[in-house]
Design a protein around this ligand. Sequence first.
Ligand code: GDP
Ligand code: MG
Length: 176
Amino acid sequence: DPRDDSFDFLFKIILIGDSNVGKTSLVQSFKSGLFSEAQQNTIGVDFTVRTLRIDGRRVKMQVWDTAGQERFRTITQSYYRSAHGAMIAYDISRRDTFDSTLRWLHELQRFGAANVLTALIGNKRDLEAERQVPFSDACKLAEEQGMLAALETSAREKRSVEEAFVMMARQLLQQN
Ligand code: GDP
Ligand code: MG
């Protein structure tokens, strides 16, 4: 029954990272499997829910998108609060967006829960020809900073997007 919205676990996941790296596209891809060329730059905060079934458990993922607030670097502190997991996204074809990830991590550490689970997401991996960030740099940073993992995705080609959310859900299940 599609109207049955019962669940065993509910996890709040937030997406952070520079503007234009594909955060909204990642959420859309996770939600519907659709990729839309022009993403909205609506100001505000919005969330999407999808319930995954993992090892017989219904895991409701409530995924929050900054919806444009990140452009002004004025993300409200409440956005970070009560997040179980955070995906820090950058664009593999823009080094500056990777260099920003530490600043986003610090913001998360400042305003988020002490035990928030973090994954480093290198999006736009379909732009291999324009790559400016070697995957090894991401792995190194993730390890140094105690993140769960570094992963590369393509919201456009729907590669590894589902995997990223499932990986996070599995880890959160283990911890809760
Ligand atoms: P946000 O500002 O971080 O939310 O980024 P958006 O989701 O709005 O995406 C910014 C731009 O990047 C849009 O033009 C998207 O179509 C494009 N984009 C998003 N994901 C990908 C991807 O995986 N590959 C490519 N080539 N473009 C993408
Ligand atoms: Mg957006």
